[in-house]
Write a protein that binds this ligand. Structure first.
Ligand code: DGL
Length: 263
């Protein structure tokens, strides 16, 4: 019987759990190490050089400590900057998370798409290039949110988050003259892994219905393709906060780990 692979999933905080959840479904046999770099959260408020200088050596230390078979950078704000640096520095497969602009523009009927990400992600050259390569004639509105990732962290940690605060971050995504405008936004790319944590509330607070594009299932398929056939048993999971804070989130976390209680 083959040994279960170890998959390291990395984000600035709890957002990468939305990617982990899909990978766990695709590879229930794997051993998972989830790392939240909460000591440096939110990445969206840091400069590009700072993020590269933080993430590249930190991922190197994590590879050394946990010997993963594959690393997933479950963070758009980091992936739009660091993937080539990581691939140059370390010899193992990396999978990144970048704004799903291509599928969003391919499926939009009104040809108006919004990309909701951190302020860092929407400023990136990488994101602009995705739009110029894959907009396919769609009008793409970039919306950089300063607060939504922190609001998602607070909500998952059981704190009260007001609808008005979420709605204010969401409002600029909705372009058009209301629900009857045939050219209104009909598709929103969730370009930050924290945002699917709030999906029910985003859907409820949206001024009109839209399709929300979450890249997590596609990332999980890519991971499964790279790893090859699954082993038969389910392995364990660990959760690491770089701040070293003890986590009291076990009940909230286990669904993301496919029912495992992370050590
Ligand atoms: N989860 C991260 C992303 O996908 C960013 C949140 C942050 O640290 O600002 O972009």
């Amino acid at each position: 019987m083959s040994t279960p692979p170890t998959i390291l999933v990395f984000d600035s905080g709890l957002g990468g759990l939305t990617v982990l959840r899909e990978i766990v479904r695709a590879r229930p046999d794997a051993h998972y190490v989830y790392v939240a770099d909460d000591a440096f959260f939110p990445y969206g408020h840091h400069g590009e050089d700072e993020i590269i200088a933080r993430v590249v050596p930190l991922v190197g230390e994590l590879i050394e400590a946990h010997a993963p078979d594959l690393v997933v950078i479950a963070c758009n704000t980091a992936s739009t900057l660091v993937m080539s640096h990581l691939r140059d520095a370390y010899r193992l497969p990396f999978v990144g998370t970048v704004p799903a602009i291509k599928p969003a523009c391919a499926s939009s009927k009104t040809r108006r798409v919004s990309v909701l990400g951190t302020r860092g992600t929407v400023k990136r050259e990488y994101t602009r290039k995705l739009i110029s390569d894959f907009a396919q004639g769609c009008e793409v509105t970039l919306v950089g949110s300063g607060e939504l990732a922190s609001l998602a962290e607070a909500a998952l940690s059981g704190q009260k988050v007001r609808d008005e605060d979420i709605a204010a971050e969401l409002a600029p995504c909705f372009v058009g003259d209301g629900a009857n405008d045939p050219a209104r936004t009909d598709t929103i790319v969730l370009a930050c892994t924290h945002y699917p944590l709030l999906l029910e509330r985003l859907t409820r607070l949206a001024p009109w219905p839209v399709d929300w594009i979450d890249p997590a299932p596609a990332i999980a398929r890519r991971v499964a393709d790279l790893l090859g056939p699954a082993a038969s048993d389910q392995a364990g999971a660990e959760m690491i906060f770089t701040s070293k804070r003890p986590h009291a989130l076990a009940d909230a976390l286990t669904p993301f780990f496919g029912g495992r209680v992370p050590a």
